[in-house]
Design a protein around this ligand. Structure first.
Ligand SMILES: CC(C)(COP(=O)(O)OP(=O)(O)OC[C@H]1O[C@@H](n2cnc3c(N)ncnc32)[C@H](O)[C@@H]1OP(=O)(O)O)[C@@H](O)C(=O)NCCC(=O)NCCS
Length: 250
């Protein structure tokens, strides 16, 4: 596989109008490979996906341009994050083409996760010999009004602890939502069943300046092979109006 640098160099300039890689450290440390991009839904066309050698799955052919651009940006991130690894024969891994709207079929030897939020996409990839599963999520920080409408559904067990100042409350609701989405993506491949926002309780941690740092999620019900009360820690970051969360399960 070509390096990221050569992929970007080889890509027609038109694709650079669509997406741009953002530098930064992996949320989960050096053993988890990470890629984060800024992308412009308005600059997407199917020619972009072809130029990036990321053909759209047939199930997405009739969907909105925004969904196609989300998929392409997410798969682009996955390819960049996967490029650090090679298979047992030393060959680069191919990015899984699908399925869309479901957990990606990562190649044997890797675990990973993808998220996109109309303008940002992220993927985290790690060796399956080090981690059982990974979950990542990115979301635009909600407006207070939007957060207020959904907080009871997203945060049924956390409601009492939410801050009162509307903007800070909205940031917390976004962070709890994102943490639960990361938890879902991390656990789904292991539990093979849907579970909803009341299946876990999340406690957020912040630094002395109030910046999001991490979270602890505790299951409120059994999700075999995990039992009620099982706890996992994840990381959180907020930058440029987006909340990013991630979990890696050793
Ligand atoms: C599946 C779900 C988590 C996706 O989240 P989203 O915020 O809508 O979208 P994101 O951009 O963050 O993530 C989408 C990506 O997640 C991945 N994904 C989809 N379903 C998945 C699953 N069951 N398991 C793991 N990853 C999955 C895919 O890579 C998808 O992108 P793609 O279709 O372009 O490949 C969400 O739609 C959902 O069903 N949530 C309800 C379940 C839940 O969150 N419960 C809370 C538990 S405490």
């Amino acid at each position: 596989m070509r390096s990221l640098e050569s992929q970007l160099t080889a890509a027609p300039p038109v694709t650079r109008a669509f997406l741009e890689e953002l530098p930064g450290k992996s949320l989960l440390g050096p053993s988890v490979s990470s890629a984060l991009v800024r992308y412009d839904v308005g600059a997407f066309s199917e020619a972009m996906a072809s130029a990036l050698d990321l053909p759209l799955p047939s199930v997405l052919r009739q969907t909105a341009v925004s969904r196609k651009s989300d998929y392409t940006a997410g798969r682009y991130c996955a390819r960049v994050a996967m490029s650090r690894f090679s298979d047992e024969a030393g060959r680069p891994y191919a990015v899984p083409p699908g399925p869309a709207e479901a957990a990606p079929h990562w190649p044997r030897g890797l675990v990973g996760s993808i998220s996109h939020a109309r303008g940002r996409a992220v993927s985290l990839i790690a060796s399956a010999s080090q981690f059982r599963s990974i979950g990542v999520d990115i979301d635009r920080v909600m407006e207070p009004e939007q957060a207020r409408k959904i907080e009871a559904e997203i945060c049924p067990t956390e409601l009492h602890a939410l801050p009162r100042v509307p903007a800070i409350r909205a940031l917390h609701v976004t962070a709890i939502f994102s943490a639960k989405e990361s938890l879902f993506k991390c656990l789904y491949p292991l539990v093979n069943q849907m579970f909803w926002f009341d299946a876990a309780s999340v406690v957020i941690s912040r630094d002395l300046s109030g910046n999001l740092l991490g979270f602890r999620a505790t299951l409120t019900c059994d999700l075999p092979p995990f039992s009620k009360g099982w706890t996992v820690r994840g990381r959180l970051r907020c930058e440029e109006g987006y909340v990013l969360s991630a979990i890696a399960l050793p």
